[in-house]
Design a protein around this ligand. Structure first.
Ligand code: GTR
Length: 332
């Protein structure tokens, strides 16, 4: 057997040493994650709320040096909002981005953010949720085994249907889908329509089959879920400015170190600016898409009859929340 020259050995050995780097694309191996947290969102990956969660996950991974990983399950693969809230309470799901309406069903104080026309503007809502009132409300969630981390934007909810809508009178007798939330049911009833409770995931087929005539939501949901293809008339009455919330399972939270809890909470708070920026861009894109598709959007709505009709909702759902209402109204 021919002996290899010294030079050949050097070449062979350097090649062997470089192999792992060549195979791994020169990346250092990922550190083993110590904590894996599962997060749910009922929107698809590109939607601003899910994108907010991705931002939060990125910050958590970076700040923990890869020790804590958040795995995101989007598009309602973990179930409807009602189901995922239950999973979060049980500790089977660590993180859950949901709308406040179904949460208010469990924690009545949260209803204050869902009351029709409680916010004068988007700025008013931001000041409330970003300040002490928002923080105090998040603390109320602990009574139901939930930890509230931060609020995301959800714009304004308005009515849309498969027939022309110009004002409140056009909603009379229409079958309008509502979330699993009593306050929404009462709002729909207050404007003379017939509330139909359904999970978000069932709205499209409900509209398509004609079981329901319409629904109510913000522009992004109307478009992203395809509702605009069937319910082509949108009436921007803006009856609710209820935000979204990021929940954490209290059961899981209690197993984390104080430092990790702080890191996770801060990452959620820091993801808010990103979500809000994407939200504004998404609203513009959604409106554009609906208009291109030939939908009718009525923006100059006389909201006075709506506000008047909602007095009954305030009387019922605002009862017992007077202090919260006063605090919100006092915010400049
Ligand atoms: C959207 C919200 C969803 C869901 C949906 C609904 O605005 O982002 O999480 O609550 O409304 O109406 O069910």
């Amino acid at each position: 057997m021919k002996l290899r020259s010294r030079r050949t050995w050097i070449v062979l050995l350097s090649f062997a040493a470089a192999l792992p780097a060549l195979m791994g694309g020169c990346r250092r191996p990922e550190p083993e994650a110590e904590v894996v947290l599962h997060a749910a969102d009922d929107h698809e990956a590109e939607y601003p709320t899910t994108q907010g969660l991705y931002k939060m996950a990125e910050l958590v991974k970076e700040r923990s040096g890869g020790r804590i990983l958040i795995k995101i399950h989007h598009s309602a693969t973990k179930g409807s909002e009602k189901e995922t809230i239950e999973l979060t309470q049980l500790g089977d799901l660590a993180i859950n981005r949901v709308n406040i309406n179904p949460v208010a069903q469990l924690v009545p104080e949260m209803k204050v953010l869902a009351l029709p026309y409680i916010f004068r503007s988007e700025e008013h809502m931001h000041t409330v949720v970003d300040g002490p009132i928002g923080q105090d409300l998040l603390k109320e969630l602990e009574k139901k085994n939930l930890v509230g981390l931060a609020y995301y934007d959800s714009g304004q909810r308005s009515f849309y249907a498969n027939r022309p809508l110009r004002g409140m009178d056009d909603l009379r007798g229409l079958k309008i889908r509502v979330q699993k939330a009593e306050i929404m049911r009462d709002m729909v009833q207050a404007v003379g329509a017939m509330p139909q409770e359904r999970a978000f995931e069932e709205v499209y087929t409900g509209l398509q089959s004609g079981e329901i005539d319409g629904a109510e939501n913000n522009y992004p949901s109307w478009v992203s879920k395809g509702h605009y293809e069937v319910a082509t008339h949108y009436l921007q009455d803006g009856h609710s400015r209820v935000p979204e919330v990021i929940l954490f399972s209290k059961k899981k939270w209690d197993t984390l170190s104080e430092a990790d809890r702080k890191l996770i909470r801060q990452a959620a708070v820091d993801s808010v600016a990103h979500q809000r920026k994407l939200w504004d861009e998404y609203v513009a894109k959604a409106v554009d898409k609906a208009e291109q598709a030939g939908c009718t959007i009525v923006t100059d709505v006389d909201t006075e009859p709506f506000q008047k009709a909602m007095e009954s909702v305030w009387a019922k759902h605002g009862a017992g929340l007077e202090n919260w209402i006063e605090r919100i109204q006092a915010v400049k």
